[in-house]
Design a protein around this ligand. Structure first.
Ligand SMILES: Nc1ncnc2c1ncn2[C@@H]1O[C@H](COP(=O)(O)OP(=O)(O)OP(=O)(O)O)[C@@H](O)[C@H]1O
Ligand SMILES: [Mg+2]
Length: 394
């Protein structure tokens, strides 16, 4: 945890900055000061890793302060905030390393803090979100109803969550009929949903957001539910999804999106912000035909094509249509199948009834092992068991 000290004679902007900082989980607000002239003493006592100087109350005094601190503590990161761009420029000349222009948004603050703290010589805490780039967003998109999106999204999320320091959030963007909260049974008194966040989007900060993320007790996956009432669906717009995802990726290592099959603007925003899109298909005509349509239409949008991978689900089930082999499917869709998931209804059904993911309910099931290997592939790691891999993965 990195320690921060701030100075700002204005009560109101100091309070706003304090609220923002309280929402950033990798920094600790060690000291606040209301007078520029006392700030050097505050620094000497609190020994912060980074200081923020809000300059608007007295630009000359604050510039002198920047100069003094830069001389006295050459290794300390100094961040200035001011509504006057000339003063900001002068503060950089006097030794500030970074600046912010009010009004300060949480996104701007976090990205500057990350940059500043990564540059400083002090070691960074164990937070995943701080160490690397921001969280990975993986969208799960179906090629028709019932193809297995929710099963894949939930179990992928729980498998990632079980690994290392990962912090995983599952977002149910199937606004009308989503059922991620059935597969992961959530505490009955926790009723927050995407609609509550959309309603409060203007005052959305990290604390509010964290309250809306409901932790599934057994797996530790944080779930953002679809709107609970059908008449709330219209409240959620693509702009809400954009802001929520951008904020969440600050705190989580992985965001898994269970998308609707309607390709609504909210789904499209999810796809746009995703690092990876897994299109779930089965070996039958209507699913494969839709994969072709999806690849064609999404592929036309800049940057989307490279992110899409096709995953075959329920391989080996009796629902597969005769004569449609994997080779044939690859010919039809014009690209290799990225991953195959076997048909394994029993443990999946039992896990769903129990409201827990496979990794908790049946960790030894072949389906769970397949999900573990899929997370390894998605993380760019070697897949543990080559024999098993060859069986499922072409
Ligand atoms: N690999 C699998 N093996 C066996 N059964 C599976 C597998 N994947 C999914 N299923 C089953 O298929 C059914 C549909 O799965 P799921 O609800 O995950 O699909 P979906 O694409 O999210 O559906 P919807 O269109 O309703 O959102 C469920 O009964 C689920 O248990
Ligand atoms: Mg579903």
């Amino acid at each position: 945890m990195q320690r921060i000290a701030i100075v700002d004679p204005s009560e109101s902007s100091r309070e706003a900055l304090r609220t923002l900082l309280l929402g950033v989980d990798f920094v600790w607000l060690e000291a606040e000061c209301a007078r520029y002239e006392y700030f050097p003493d505050v620094i000497a006592q609190s020994n912060p890793d980074l200081v923020i100087i809000q300059m608007d109350s007295d630009r000359n005094k604050s510039l002198m302060l920047v100069n003094q601190i830069a001389q006295q503590y050459p290794k300390l990161s100094i961040l200035t905030a001011c509504s006057d761009s000339n003063s900001l420029l002068q503060s950089l000349q006097k030794g500030a390393k970074h600046f912010l222009t009010p009004p300060i948004s949480l996104e701007d603050l976090v990205s500057i803090l990350r940059k500043a703290l990564n540059e400083s010589s002090t070691s960074i805490s164990g937070q995943v979100s701080v160490q690397g780039s921001s969280g990975n967003i993986i969208s799960i998109l179906g090629s028709r109803g019932g193809v297995g999106c929710t099963a894949v999204a939930v179990n992928l999320a729980a498998t990632f969550q079980s690994q290392g320091n990962n912090q995983v959030a599952l977002l149910d963007l199937d606004l009308a009929l989503g059922d991620a909260d059935v597969a992961l049974e959530l505490p009955a008194n926790e009723m927050f949903s995407l609609a509550d966040l959309a309603r409060n989007i203007e005052r959305l900060d990290m604390n509010f957001l964290r309250r809306a993320m409901i932790k599934h007790p057994a797996s530790g996956v944080s779930v953002l539910r679809h709107p609970l009432e059908l008449n709330e669906i219209g409240i959620v717009h693509e702009g809400h999804v954009e802001r929520i995802l951008n904020l969440l990726r600050i705190s989580y290592s992985h965001l898994i999106l269970d998308l609707s099959k309607s390709l609504l603007p909210t789904d499209q925003m999810g796809l746009r912000l995703s690092d990876m899109i897994l299109v779930i298909a089965q070996l039958e005509l209507s699913s494969l035909r839709n994969v072709v349509r999806l690849l064609h239409s999404l592929g036309n949008e800049g940057g989307m094509n490279d992110k899409i991978q096709v995953v075959l689900n329920r391989v080996g089930s009796e629902y597969q249509e005769e004569g449609i082999t994997i080779k044939k499917a690859e010919e039809v869709i014009g690209r290799p199948i990225y991953w195959q998931i076997p048909n394994d209804p029993k443990p999946l059904m039992a896990a769903r009834i129990d409201g827990t993911p496979l990794i908790k309910h049946a960790p030894k099931a072949k389906l769970q092992q397949n999900f573990t290997h899929l997370t390894q592939l998605l993380s760019g790691k070697p897949i543990e068991n080559e024999t098993k891999k060859r069986g499922w993965f072409s």
